[in-house]
Design a protein around this ligand. Structure first.
Ligand code: IVH
Length: 674
């Protein structure tokens, strides 16, 4: 029996915690300190663990995290979570508005809801009778990932709505990092020796899509709603919908506004763009929606977009800063890249202190010199770049940068490739190349060795402890523990990781040794064809050329790599430390999609789950969203946004029939060289 006073204490605590969550997230204020909040939470957790029957399914303690999952279940969206059509100029918006007025035969200018377009991850929250039941990501719009345990850890997502509501309500919105939370988190990560996140958007997506919800719980994510899947009864406009959500205690964007006609919309969008840097979260545009529900319904939707809304995209973010110096970086393949060292500047959601100048030609064209003010641009996930130089405020010019004719790291000869703008260091034992090769060896697609970061690789090379990758496997615990930022425990972990890497597949092994032009995809083809490394090393050019997807350049690179003494020696040393890289079988094509990432989109005649199993049996990894890592997109009728994205990224798109043929006949049909 639970004593009555305990029952009521727990109830009071839950009410109180919910109240403070609401204040903090929905109204952006708080009445108690973090410490006081924690005390309430800890007391409730204590009660619930002593009297487990006390725990309710909507208890705020559930936010702390739950047991890890092995994979996300899928969640279906009906109606689908659509995307938005873009407008890039006032003229395009005028056209959008004209179409609406014409089709709806409006005499007056319509009212629009203008909302910041938050740059995070879209999710939907399913409430039943006011209690959060499930939460899922947008995925491809029709099918997302069920991330309920993770969503429960976000304090801004109410587990219970604040006013009684019967029936089902699906709230849609964006999971984001507020800029200050993001910066604080990155600072903490750095102080713990962890890699900081590159930008809030990727970090939000990565943090919400963690299989272990305790990790999500440790990240300060926020949720901001912008709509619902269907119109709740009695609600006839976007404005009153947002009003209802606010009353339910759901956090909304405070910068939403209502505008009548094109001019007001333009002013609101420009204001958002101008104030973008001061806003507490990243935005990449404004969303303009017809306010009236009946107007939205009459305009309807296309397969991918509603015809009643548009995204007004802002230009890529640019900032002005001072160019301190130009340095040359030497990459794994010996490529020399001029990099601008900059006075740190906040642009596109991150603090940028270096930006690429690409190559000698670009550097000459931009004529950026140390001391100049330069414009730096950063869009989405791309590496920041120097757009152009504004010269120096005093009108003087610094020295013109001379592109080096020898490698700045090893002094080795530098050659410019024919028909290419890249310069490369030709010295095979250049330490910069070695450092990058070690780092690449440990990277995720290669041997996936946690702890083998760039700083460690640098020290190992600088101290002469490693002359090629095989030396990693004879490093001792005392040697490793003597390095900066390493202790006995990290040394032990690294040694364990290295030992585990010895059982890597042929695909990872080939990716890791870094043959020019041979990344994860081609390595997958090779390991689908050869049963072990020796067979691949012995293969002639003709045999390599016979593999679908491998053309003359790659065949030649492979052949040369395995026949050059210096590289063959490294491979042999790796074999002698214990590697036995094996491919998928006898080269009989039994796993024709080995190592490839496949995405299904649109309608296909076989059930998705079956198609997924077929692809997985053929060695593929099946994912729900398109990225540059996708190898094959299987598209059926009605494919929308994903197909467009695949086109943009230049991915291979095949039909269901082609997919089935691929699985039946084996062999990857497309040449795709990353
Ligand atoms: S409305 C059918 N409103 O933008 C309408 N979307 O390109 C689609 N987004 O995936 C959603 N802020 O995650 C809407 N105020 C806002 C938004 C917003 C950000 C995201 C959303 C969606 C993407 C569409």
């Amino acid at each position: 029996m639970i004593p009555d006073n305990i029952i009521s204490e727990a109830e009071n605590l839950r009410e109180l915690i919910r109240y403070h969550n609401r204040l903090y997230y929905a109204e952006d204020r708080s009445e108690i300190s973090d410490g006081e909040y924690d005390t309430l939470m800890l007391r409730l957790m204590e009660l619930e663990s002593r009297w487990p029957e006390l725990a309710t399914e909507d208890s705020p303690t559930l936010r702390v995290g739950a047991k890890p999952l092995s994979r996300f279940p899928s969640i279906l969206w009906d109606p689908p979570m659509l995307s938005l059509d873009n407008v890039f100029s006032v003229e395009e918006f005028i056209e959008f508005d004209r179409r609406i007025r014409h089709e709806l035969k409006l005499e007056d200018d319509p009212v629009y809801s203008v909302e910041p377009k938050l740059d995070g991850l879209a999710i939907a929250l399913i409430y039943e009778n006011g209690v959060l039941q499930r939460a899922g990501t947008r995925g491809d719009g029709s099918e997302g990932e069920d991330v309920t345990p993770n969503a429960r850890t976000l304090r801004s997502i109410p587990l219970k709505l604040s006013s009684d509501l019967s029936g089902n309500l699906v709230v849609r919105g964006e999971v984001i990092f507020r800029k200050n939370d993001f910066q604080k988190m990155n600072k903490e990560r750095k102080s713990l020796g962890l890699e900081p996140f590159v930008n809030p958007r990727n970090a939000a997506s990565g943090s919400l899509r963690q299989l272990d919800s305790r990790i999500t719980a440790s990240r300060p994510l926020s949720f901001i709603a912008y709509g619902t899947a269907r119109w709740p009864g009695g609600i006839a406009s976007q404005h009153s919908l947002l009003d209802l959500l606010a009353r339910l205690g759901i956090p909304l964007n405070p910068c939403n506004s209502l505008c009548r006609g094109v001019d007001e919309v333009e002013i609101a969008c420009r204001r958002l763009e101008e104030n973008r840097d001061e806003l507490p979260w990243e935005i990449d545009g404004a969303v303009i929606k017809l306010n009236e529900a009946s107007f939205q319904e009459r305009m309807g939707t296309l397969s991918r977009f509603p015809r009643w809304a548009a995204a007004w995209k802002f230009r890529a973010e640019e900032a002005v800063t001072r160019l301190i110096d130009i340095e040359i970086q030497v990459g794994r393949t010996g490529k020399l890249t001029p990099v601008a060292r900059l006075e740190p500047v906040f642009v596109g959601g991150v603090t940028v202190s270096s930006a690429t100048l690409h190559n000698e030609d670009e550097l000459c064209r931009k004529d950026a010199r140390p001391g100049d003010k330069v414009i730096v641009r950063r869009a989405g996930d791309v590496i920041p770049e120097v757009v152009r130089s504004l010269g120096r405020p005093d009108g003087e010019r610094g020295e013109k940068f001379e592109f080096p004719r020898s490698c700045p790291v090893c002094n080795g000869p530098v050659a410019r490739e024919e028909d290419a703008s890249a310069h490369r260091c030709m010295n095979p034992s250049c330490p910069a190349k070695l450092r990058e090769s070690l780092f690449h060896w440990g990277s995720r697609d290669a041997l996936d060795i946690e702890g083998l970061g760039s700083k460690l690789a640098e020290q190992l090379v600088d101290k002469g402890m490693v002359k090629d990758v095989s030396d990693l496997y004879s490093l001792t615990r005392p040697q490793l523990a003597s390095l900066d930022r390493m202790g006995g425990k990290s040394a032990d972990n690294l040694i364990k990781e290295l030992e585990e890497s010895l059982s890597a597949t042929l695909q990872r092994f080939i990716t890791g040794i870094g043959i020019p032009g041979i990344g994860r995809t081609v390595s997958g083809l090779l390991s689908g064809r050869f049963s072990d490394l020796q067979k691949l090393m012995d293969a002639g050019v003709d045999e390599l050329l016979a593999i679908e997807g491998i053309g003359p350049v790659l065949a030649d690179n492979l052949h040369r790599f395995f026949n050059e003494k210096i590289t063959r020696d490294v491979v042999n040393r790796l074999l002698s430390v214990g590697f036995k890289p094996r491919g998928s079988g006898a080269g009989d094509g039994s796993q024709p999609l080995l190592g490839l990432t496949v995405v299904f989109t649109g309608g296909i005649s076989i059930p998705r789950s079956e198609a997924r199993i077929m692809a997985e049996k053929a060695g593929a990894k099946v994912t729900g969203s398109i990225s540059s890592r996708t190898d094959i997109v299987v598209a059926g009728p009605g494919a929308g946004e994903k197909l467009r994205k695949a086109g943009e990224l230049g991915l291979e798109v095949i039909s269901e029939d082609e997919f089935l043929k691929l699985i039946r006949d084996g062999g990857y049909l497309f040449a795709k060289h990353k």
